[in-house]
Design a protein around this ligand. Sequence first.
Ligand code: ADP
Ligand code: MG
Length: 697
Amino acid sequence: MDIKFLKGVGEKRAEAFEKIGIKSLDDFINFIPRAYLKKIPVRQIPQNLSENTLVSGEIIDIRFPRKDNQPLEVTLYDKSGSVEIPIFGASEFRSKQFRLKENFLFWIKIDKENFSSKLKISYRDHIKINPSDALDAGFLKYSYIPIYELSGILKKTWIKPLLLSKIVFNAFSTLIKSDPEYIKETLPDEFLKEYGLISKKEAVLRINFPVEFSDIETARKRLAFEELFYLELILALKKKSTENEKKGITFNRNVADLTNEFKSILPFKLTSAQIRVMNEIYKDMRSDKCMNRLLQGDVGSGKTIVAVFSILVARENGYQSAFMCPTEILAEQHYRNISELLKPLGVNITLLVGAQKKKHREEILNDIRSGKSEIIIGTHALIQEKVEFKNLGFVVIDEQHKFGVMQRAKLKEKGLNPDVLVMTATPIPRTLSMTYYGDLDVSVIDELPANRIPVITALRKDTDKQKIYDFIRSQIKKGRQIYIIYPIIDESEKLDLKSAEENYLLLKNNIFREYKVGMVHGRILWYEKDEVMEDFKNKKLNILVSTTVIEVGIDIPNATVMIIEEAQRFGLSQLHQLRGRVGRGAEQSYCILVAKNLDEVSAKRLNILCETNDGFKIAEADMEIRGPGEFFGIRQSGALNFSCTDLSKDKQILETARNAAFRIIEEDFQLRKPEHIIIKNAFLKNFRNSLYLMEIA
Ligand code: ADP
Ligand code: MG
């Protein structure tokens, strides 16, 4: 049935509903309330709470305002008592809607009047109810009424919250009346039994119109399971189909000599976690399966060296490797460090970034095409059309969360099914990695090199500057170097840039004029950045003032102090990354978070950093505070726009749903078994469009 025939809808509103994706009655099945209001008898109106509630009854008195600033007052009677509801600013049209002896449902907010014991009742919304109408009576029977998101489009058609609730109620009543089995089951019977889930129909009806309060959570959990199960099913399908279809390269040359040689050039002993993940990667490389592996490890855990070894394995087998970084500074650093490390092996390494001189660039492109370049390190310049590889066999994407899906795919396309290693230092909460990277294999470095001393982190006020400066001086006297970070989250923010530059000049020419101070930010040219970074690395600068361009990857062990100005403007994981720039050597390092006008919430947030150095804990906390979508800035991708799932509390459900999905795809890839028909049908009906998710990662 077209929803315009639904009571309370009509032509105009039907159009508005269509714009938010509700075209037919069954679309209401996926329309989930965001809150509930409890209906209570008038007698039970709480005496001291600040609470939103519903009351219903008959109007027994109406008093119209005599002056403009007076409210319209209606008295509502419900057998248990009566209550006077003042309505301020009611138009004449509105006032006339209320008639004596008619029945209404009111949404009111009850507060205690300041400095007196008198109750204050504020009007929120109302809807007329006709108790002799079966639909209305049915609606009134529920003691919890759902409240839905009222998008702007709907508001424009004068739909108010209670009217929307009633429209949804009418929609469900109509659906059920036309066919009691209209809301089809989407999960196999065994699932419901095995995991203790209620049926789809029950869940949909109860999440919208709960009888008991506990119905809401029971229903939500069932719907969350479904949401997660089908998401994981997509990921399992994707993983299985890549495994089935695309044969990867088999890097099967013996690497015993290479391994020994590699060990001999390393200036340190590998941690056991590094060795473990190297083996995991190597195993994938030797098989004919196309590797898609995520290497996760906290800042400073030593991911680069793991990538370098894998690249050498590829080279040993005659293949080129590409190593893509999100910033020029980082590409440059990797280029320099890896060249230095691999000098004894005589490897041909090339740097490719955006702003290289044309002639030089032509040479580089030629070398990549001819295969003379064996390892190509660069920025997203690597994925430009003109870049052609001779035989790209291995791809590393560093700080992969900084890249978009398309960028990662493009680099991969430059080779013929190369093995892919994506690395991230942004610790991802386990629940998120299971959903977002669900089709990748994951390796984790869960151990820091032994020589590390945990960074000491403190939160300081803007007014403590003098002490901070003294501290900086004492560290410089010991020969250490300092980072000072200013918040330019978006490098096009001119105001922020201006203030950072002013601060830089003040530090350089005034406060620290006895020391060498340098600055980098995203708007200076790469070779200038490079020069400054080189100077800092070679200890020609004592202090480096920077924006977040040094957030990821930068590795200068002699720097021991990280000062972050206006720390409250950064996300927790970002702060953890920045902090990861220090504590990379054997000296005690410090991170000082400086905040202006700190409110309680920000203080609580920033204190998490002072309490722990564990990136995973920080990421979990960050996710709880900001929500999973925000966390990755992927809200727009739709991938994590759940309507019922709350990743911060549904870990258990996620794990169960994931295991179930992967198990089913493992045993019945085509979903042909009779017991899986229900899954196949639900998948094709509801999730076919979600196939775009296949694009992810
Ligand atoms: P990240 O995982 O953050 O990318 P890097 O790969 O940059 O970390 O390594 C951080 C620093 O630790 C580098 O200076 C690197 O040379 C050093 N490093 C890596 N592995 C070890 C190890 N096993 N022992 C000591 N130092 C190590
Ligand atoms: Mg790194």
